[in-house]
Ligand binder design. Structure first.
Ligand code: DQA
Length: 144
């Protein structure tokens, strides 16, 4: 059976390409999603991509992943630093999560240093730009 991965991006990541390119790179979200689907195909993973600016929608999608997806690649954006609801949803579902950040959150403002998601993630990748998504998919494929 196909190994299904949901690539989930949180708030403001729909603005990639326009938003602070010196921090987040020049690629658009559409570029990154296309890259994830192509990488998934090479690795034998079935990849679906979604983005939302709404915390509750992300929570609902994480809940609905139960039985539908084998793992998540999740960039929660700013909700990483604030959302106990996303933390709780991941715990509730017990799904494997690789947390990805384009930027190195530890080299930035102090308020970005803590992520509520990291404690419930299998792994965390940050600071490697869009390559981080590819590495997350590769890790999932190896450890499936
Ligand atoms: C981010 C880092 C967060 O601190 C920020 O709020 C984002 C993007 C990243 O991918 O580097 O929206 O998750």
């Amino acid at each position: 059976m196909a190994y299904r991965v949901l690539v989930l991006n949180g708030p403001n990541l729909n603005m990639l390409g326009i938003r602070e390119p010196q921090t987040y790179g020049a690629q658009t979200l559409a570029d990154i999603e296309a890259m994830c689907v192509a990488e998934g195909r090479e690795l034998g993973l079935e990849v679906e991509c979604r983005q939302s600016n709404i915390e509750g929608e992300l929570v609902t999608w994480i809940q609905q992943a139960l039985g539908q997806f084998d793992a998540l690649v999740l960039n929660p954006g700013a909700y990483s630093h604030t959302s106990i609801a996303i933390h709780d949803a991941i715990r509730a579902v017990g799904i494997k999560v690789i947390e990805v950040h384009l930027s190195n959150i530890h080299a930035r403002e102090a308020f970005r240093h803590h992520s509520y998601v990291s404690a419930v993630a299998t792994g965390v990748i940050c600071g490697l730009g869009a390559t981080g998504y590819k590495l997350a998919l590769r890790a999932l494929a190896e450890k499936r």
